[in-house]
Design a binder for this molecule. Structure first.
Ligand code: ATP
Length: 345
């Protein structure tokens, strides 16, 4: 099936049907999650709060014992090894910095095996990369939450682990710092050849940072693929709306085409019979038309583009158009759909 086809040739990490239940009454927090990660690959676990991302990551790191399933790293079964015996780096939400050590010494901590001058240079370089070159002498409690988070990142990345687990590592950074830091982190991981698994509920972060994304819902991986594949070809309404926004239409499919209220449209993959379809807001064009069947009912200016809410019959569609296209509320329009629409399961 779609999305599960690209397995890396020689996985660095192989997670097989991991399962974890916290209470016997409730549903499993993680329900048979399988993943494979290649050398140097960045995977994002993306999903809404409570879908089991952190629990999956904690089982990979050895902080949670699975009920069922296995974890293999570099060809070795590590399912029941303690975290420190796994050789995997991690940055969790509570940064766990050493309070009695300076910021620089926190970063140097994992570099004890290097000659002193080399460790010093590497730690300083890492602090510079996360934008904290001037704060090396401070203690963790003298830093803001976002600064502590960057120290934790620098400390984990300094040792260039083969695999690093990152649980919402940018959650305490402001919007600008988040964008900058995630690009630095991606560059750094690619330079050192470290693979990473990033837990996030932020679709933009997953799209920007990851080579592949595993979308999770209620303990399960519901789709896995490159950011482009997942954005263009979501398998379900849940994925279509969790990654970006989508309009949901119905139609009658015949192979690669579908008949809809907007005419006959090409589809991203074949289907037959009654189908539900996802249409991205930027795929819809609006033409001002006094006789148009649709009317603009809402509008949000966003600078680089604008969002319109457009009512046609019983349907309200969301449309994003470039700054050149200005329509006032109440304007009559016709809608055209460009590009392929996506049949959902
Ligand atoms: P968030 O984005 O909010 O951190 P998440 O996707 O990482 O969410 P998890 O933290 O893995 O989700 O939690 C999955 C489910 O397991 C949730 O319903 C949560 O309440 C439950 N859970 C997690 N840890 C425990 C625990 N130690 N004891 C009991 N239930 C737990």
């Amino acid at each position: 099936p779609l999305g599960f086809r690209q397995r890396p040739a020689k996985p660095l990490l192989e997670v097989d049907r991991l399962r974890k239940t916290f209470s016997h009454a409730g549903a499993a927090a993680v329900e048979r999650v399988s993943l494979a990660l290649g050398e140097g690959e960045l995977l994002a676990l993306l999903g809404p709060s409570g879908c089991g991302k952190t629990t999956t990551l904690r089982m990979i790191g050895g902080f949670e014992d699975p009920d069922e399933g296995s974890v293999a790293f570099e060809g070795r079964d590590i399912t029941h090894l303690p975290p420190e015996a796994r050789g995997i780096g991690f940055v969790f939400q509570d940064y766990a910095l050493f309070p009695h050590l300076s910021v620089l010494d926190n970063v140097k901590f994992g570099l004890r095996k290097l000659p002193r001058a080399q460790a010093q240079a590497r730690a300083e370089e890492m602090l510079r990369l996360v934008g904290l070159a001037d704060l090396g002498k401070r203690r963790p409690h003298q830093l803001s939450g976002g600064q502590q988070q960057r120290v934790a990142l620098a400390r984990a990345l300094a040792v260039a682990p083969k695999l690093i687990l990152l649980d919402e590592p940018f959650s305490n950074l402001d919007a600008k710092m988040r964008v900058e830091t995630r690009q630095e982190v991606r560059k750094l991981l690619k330079e050192t050849g470290s693979a990473g698994i990033l837990v996030t509920h932020d679709q933009e972060e997953a799209l920007a940072l990851a080579d592949r994304i595993a979308v999770m819902d209620a303990g399960r991986v519901v789709q896995m693929g490159t950011p482009d594949e997942i954005y263009r070809n979501p398998v379900s309404e849940f994925v279509a709306n969790f990654i970006g926004r989508s309009n949901i239409l119905t139609g009658t499919a015949n192979g690669m085409n579908v008949q809809t209220a907007f005419g006959n449209l090409p589809m991203s993959r074949a289907a037959n019979g009654a189908v539900t379809l996802a249409v991205r807001p930027e795929q819809i064009m609006l033409d001002a038309d006094p006789n148009g069947a649709a009317i603009i009912t809402g509008r949000e200016f966003r600078g680089h583009d604008q969002i319109y809410w457009v009512q046609e019959g019983d349907d309200c569609l969301i449309v994003i158009s470039g700054p050149g296209q200005q329509h006032a509320i109440g304007t009559r329009v016709t809608m055209r759909i460009c590009d392929c629409v996506v049949p959902l399961t």
